[in-house]
Write a protein that binds this ligand. Structure first.
Ligand code: ASC
Length: 230
């Protein structure tokens, strides 16, 4: 593989930032917030950031770059497609649970649903992600579509995947920001208490992780070589 050491550097860095992001969101909800529970309360809301960042940022990031891992190039293309699709599936299931958690929390406290830009972009991304997943299973995974249809849709698949991933990162930043504005009162967010610094850092970790994933995914030299496509 051309640039193997550089690939390893980006891979290890991305995993480090990704792990740190998941650890930070866990520490946020367990240490600064109300913990985790399925009880209709604030602890149920906390599952929302935890599951979205774990599923839609971290696991989804791995799903995007899984073909780039040179150790997998000996595996059959079909197996890799199943892993790629399977990780997307795990991600969307976690995000659906995360959305149920937030609606239940809102409804039990009579907080309005779907008013914020975070919720508009977020729901749009989830619907488009689901459509992309179903469409891609029919086009690329099942032996139904012709090669010419696959070739025609491949650039759209890759573009939509990265567009949605970038939008996921943006949606997380909006969600984190609005949560801090809503919950930090004494002292307020504008006074930058320790929780705000910690959670702003979580946002930065997510941006760097997303940036590294998109960099790895878009290096032509790091693509799975076509001669391995069996
Ligand atoms: C697939 C597959 C590829 C692409 C190619 C079209 O399903 O395995 O390598 O689509 O056939 O670009």
């Amino acid at each position: 593989m051309e640039g193997y050491r550089s690939f390893l550097f980006f891979l290890v860095s991305s995993l480090l930032f990704g792990f740190l992001g998941v650890i930070f969101v866990l520490v946020w909800v367990l240490y600064w917030r109300e913990g985790l529970a399925w009880n209709g309360g604030a602890a149920e809301f906390n599952l929302h950031p935890l599951l979205v960042i774990t599923g839609f940022v971290f696991i989804e990031g791995i799903a995007i770059i899984v073909y780039r891992l040179p150790w997998t190039w000996k595996c059959s293309k079909l197996l890799m497609k199943c892993i790629h699709a399977g990780l997307h599936l795990v991600a969307i299931v976690l995000v659906i649970v995360a959305m149920v958690a937030v609606f239940e929390y809102h409804n039990s406290f009579k907080i309005p649903n779907m008013f914020s830009l975070h919720s508009w972009v977020g729901l749009t991304v989830v619907i488009l992600f689901f459509l992309q997943l179903v469409m891609s299973i029919f086009v690329f995974l099942l032996p139904i579509a012709s090669d010419s249809l696959r070739a025609a849709l491949m650039p759209i698949h890759g573009y939509m995947g990265l567009l949605l991933y970038g939008s996921i990162i943006a949606t997380c930043l909006m969600g984190i920001t609005e949560k801090l504005i809503f919950t930090l009162k004494e002292p307020p967010y504008s006074k930058l208490p320790p929780e705000a610094i910690f959670v702003n850092t979580l946002g930065l970790l997510i941006v760097v992780f997303g940036g590294l994933v998109i960099w790895i995914a878009t290096r032509p030299a790091w693509k799975r070589p076509p001669n391995y496509d069996v």
